[in-house]
Write a protein that binds this ligand. Structure first.
Ligand SMILES: [Zn+2]
Length: 115
């Protein structure tokens, strides 16, 4: 597992943890409001929990979405980056610039890279 994949999974785990905590806060907030029976303290507490839950869901979704949207385009075969959803790169034999593996013409010097 390279550094990008590691960061991605850390971000995803963090997002999932946030979503779980938010779900608990949501349930707690609803329960507090349901049981408040006019008690100002419980109503305020319930609203605070609900707002926190919504914020947690937003951040959690952003984290999990970002982690899946990050494409490891900087990865290369040399780094052992053969993971799913990544773009493998190879070096131009003429100028040395890194280009996606499926490209057979160098973007910089237009060298034909067909094997
Ligand atoms: Zn080139």
């Amino acid at each position: 597992m390279n550094l990008i994949e590691k960061r991605k999974s850390q971000l995803k785990n963090l997002g999932i943890i946030l979503l779980v905590i938010s779900a608990l806060a949501l349930v707690g907030g609803i329960l507090m409001l349901a049981l408040a029976k006019g008690s100002a303290g419980l109503i305020i507490g319930g609203i605070v929990l609900l707002v926190a839950a919504v914020a947690g869901v937003v951040v959690g979704v952003i984290f999990t979405w970002t982690s899946s949207a990050v494409q490891a385009t900087q990865g290369s075969i040399a780094e052992g980056n053969l993971g799913k959803g990544t773009v493998n790169m190879h070096k131009c034999s003429n100028c040395g610039v890194e280009i996606p593996e499926e490209r057979t013409i160098c973007e910089k010097c237009e060298e034909n890279l067909k094997p």
